[in-house]
Write a protein that binds this ligand. Structure first.
Ligand SMILES: Cc1cc2nc3c(=O)[nH]c(=O)nc-3n(C[C@H](O)[C@H](O)[C@H](O)COP(=O)(O)OP(=O)(O)OC[C@H]3O[C@@H](n4cnc5c(N)ncnc54)[C@H](O)[C@@H]3O)c2cc1C
Ligand SMILES: *[C@@H]1O[C@H](CO)[C@@H](O)[C@H](O)[C@H]1NC(C)=O
Ligand SMILES: *[C@@H]1O[C@H](CO)[C@@H](O)[C@H](O)[C@H]1NC(C)=O
Ligand SMILES: *[C@@H]1O[C@H](CO)[C@@H](O)[C@H](O)[C@H]1NC(C)=O
Length: 605
């Protein structure tokens, strides 16, 4: 019996066979398209009401099964196929997108990681959990004309989504103690996502903390209370006990599976949202799963949570988007919305790499016995050591200080003024390895017996915008992803200043054994900019491509309740609706918006 079951299970892991047996036309109150970060959070919340039925349709499966420990153990996150070389390995749990050539990045095309799995990109990310600034969300309230997006109003939804566990100082290095504001969390709400600090404080990061302090970025900051100023050990979406990734799947979905009647369709690709032309009402979705095609109807609403690249793509192939684009591919126009796929925000990152006299990830390779073997044993037996951390620890923030800023052009200074006062321009991250174009994990294998580390800078107040455009009416054809990095001159000026700040930081640290990249011969602003063009990579934070906005804003795609403008019974809930990309790492906001819109829906809004 057991073996027959096992045989059936393995046979059934072929998606097409499985779907033929279990999937067919059906009707639910809510159909959620995309079981990713926001998608599973909103689906799980809606399903808590036992009177409503909820289905989630996800193109991928379970990453724990299809990618295994690489996706689960924090220390492997970067190595799990996140390289930007189009030649890097293809991942079954990833869409394996490539961007169009970067105009201001020497025409490079970048592989761009995106989760194709339950959990979505929360199963692919590097697990930093922190929140944007008060000013950033107050600006959301201005841009949407809806006060319920102000910092004070969204904070309760940030709190609702997660539970925090303090760092375990019995397991971390003594000189890597963590300070944070417990008042930024509310564990009484029993939020599903787990937030804590790894059982490892990178020795390199302890030195970065000192280097940043010497240039005026003070330690001890808190990143979850609406301010990003100074440095701190980043909190992470890791579950404290097993030191494993906490994703929307291990948190929201796992709980919903045992406590609600949520229905999940895996390996099922939504090809189109069905929208009734005469009433412009979304009525369901067309799905393809292997060889099987079926339709799910939504009695109440379709919620699109396919992420910042594919939510706009799905809208366009379903007849909602810029009229000219739709007509080019013979798609009947249901609603002309010029903003769909526009306003793409993303952060780019680059770094100054040194040889160092302190243990970094290089040690895993350079000294296998005290490095990799010990790290694996520590993780397996004690859930301690470098594999509990995603390859970094300390993060810091600032606006470029006056000494360098005074050199910026007047136009660029004016352009940067559009950001609120508390919105930093640069994020600094100490990385326990080499960031030099991040082609693939193999970049780390210099095999020269030296240890390497990077202090990286990410542009978190970018003025450059990109876009997502369909190249076919078929959802299976990848869209053109134009990241637009450095196309605004202010971003180029900030980038050069940021490299100078990185060098100032290194200069205050006593562990450097010399600059490796860009190398001391790179000195003029032009040479520094060329280094950035050649080595910058994404921080993978695409957002804004179905932006929320006022009804008077011609580029708004959804209103402040995430309802698609001009289409009934259709919302978009994921990073694409961010009107701006708040500074730093966006997963916290992806959970927040899901919590907030779920409450809207339940309240009849
Ligand atoms: C390598 C990497 C590192 C990152 N590091 C961090 C970090 O440390 N901290 C942080 O805060 N953020 C980080 N991010 C970004 C963050 O994870 C994302 O912003 C966030 O997860 C996006 O959530 P989402 O709900 O918008 O989309 P997703 O989570 O991507 O969800 C979209 C889902 O829709 C599914 N889907 C798409 N199209 C279809 C279709 N047609 N039919 C069915 N299903 C479909 C996808 O498979 C996916 O599951 C990182 C991202 C990457 C790639
Ligand atoms: C902190 O301790 C680690 C050893 O656990 C050491 O390698 C590192 O150099 C120390 N950091 C500082 C700033 O002294
Ligand atoms: C100011 O800009 C000039 C010309 O671009 C450059 O040579 C100089 O080094 C800059 N000064 C500072 C402090 O960055
Ligand atoms: C950041 O903190 C420093 C020192 O505490 C302070 O001088 C500065 O004004 C702060 N900046 C912002 C943007 O709040």
């Amino acid at each position: 019996m057991v073996s027959k079951l096992a045989l059936f299970a393995s046979w059934c892991s072929l998606p097409s066979v499985c779907s033929a047996l279990f999937f067919g036309d059906a009707i639910f109150d809510y159909v959620i398209v995309g079981g990713g970060t926001s998608g599973l959070a909103i689906a799980a919340r809606l399903a808590e009401d036992s009177k409503v039925s909820v289905a989630v349709v996800e193109a991928g499966g379970y990453y724990e099964m299809e990618s295994g420990f690489m996706s689960v153990i924090p220390g492997f996150a970067a190595a799990a196929g996140t390289g930007t070389s189009p030649l890097d390995s293809l991942m079954m749990i990833d869409w394996n997108f490539n961007t169009v050539p970067l105009k201001e990045g020497n025409g490079r095309r970048l592989r761009y990681a995106r989760g194709k799995t339950l959990g979505g990109t929360s199963a692919r990310n590097y697990m930093v959990y922190h929140r944007g600034t008060e000013g950033a969300f107050d600006q959301w309230a201005d841009l949407t004309g809806d006060d319920s997006w102000s910092w004070d109003s969204v904070l309760p939804f940030f709190k609702k989504s997660c539970t925090v566990t303090p760092a375990d100082m019995s397991k971390r290095q003594a000189n890597a103690s963590v300070s944070y504001n417990p008042g930024a969390f509310d564990n009484a709400l029993n939020g599903p996502l787990q937030v804590t600090w790894p059982n490892y404080g990178s020795p390199f990061s302890t030195h970065v903390e000192i280097g940043l302090e010497k240039i005026g970025i003070l330690p001890g900051a808190d990143f979850n209370s609406g301010s990003l100023n100074g440095s701190s050990w980043a909190s992470t979406s890791i579950s404290p006990g097993d030191q494993a990734r906490s994703s929307s799947q291990t948190s929201f979905l796992k709980r919903a599976t045992t406590t609600t009647s949520i229905k999940v369709y895996t390996h099922s690709m939504v090809k189109k949202i069905v929208i009734d032309k005469t009433t412009t009402t979304a009525t369901g979705v067309e799905i393809e799963s292997g060889l099987v095609k079926f339709t799910l109807k939504a009695r109440k609403e379709v919620v699109l949570s396919a992420g910042a690249f594919q939510s706009p793509q799905l809208l366009m192939v379903s007849g909602v988007g810029p009229k000219q684009t739709l007509q080019r591919y013979g798609i009947p126009v249901i609603k002309d919305l010029p903003g769909v796929g526009q306003n793409l925000w993303d952060h780019t990152i680059f770094g100054v790499v040194h040889r160092v006299g302190v243990e970094t990830a290089s040690n895993l390779i350079v000294h296998p016995l005290t490095g990799a073997v010990k790290a694996l044993a520590d993780y397996a037996l004690k859930r301690t050591g470098p594999l509990t951390a995603p390859g970094f620890g300390v993060i810091g923030w600032e606006k470029i200080p006056q000494a360098l800023r005074s050199n910026f052009s007047v136009n660029n200074l004016e352009a940067l003024d559009e950001f609120p006062d508390d919105w930093p321009e640069v994020e600094y991250i100490g990385l326990d390895g080499i960031l030099d174009g991040w082609h693939s994990a193999l970049d780390q294998l210099l095999l020269d017996g030296q240890q390497y580390a990077t202090i990286a800078a990410a542009l978190v107040a970018p003025l450059s915008r990109g876009s997502v455009t369909i190249t076919s009416s078929n959802i299976k054809t990848a869209p053109d992803i134009d990241l637009g990095y450095l196309t605004h001159p202010a971003d180029r000026e900030v980038a050069v200043a940021a490299v100078k700040r990185l060098r100032q930081t290194w200069a205050g640290m006593d562990i450097s054994l010399g600059e490796y990249k860009p190398g001391v011969d790179v000195q003029s602003d032009e040479e520094i900019l060329e280094f950035v063009r050649q080595t910058m990579v994404p921080v993978w934070h695409p957002a804004g491509t179905c932006s929320m906005g006022k009804s008077t804003d011609p580029n708004a795609v959804v209103d402040s309740h995430a309802k698609v403008i001009g289409v009934r019974n259709l919302r978009v809930v994921d990073a694409s609706i961010f009107p701006t990309l708040p500074p730093g790492h966006p997963q916290s906001a992806c959970y927040m918006i899901a919590e907030k819109i779920a409450t809207d829906i339940q309240g009849g809004n």
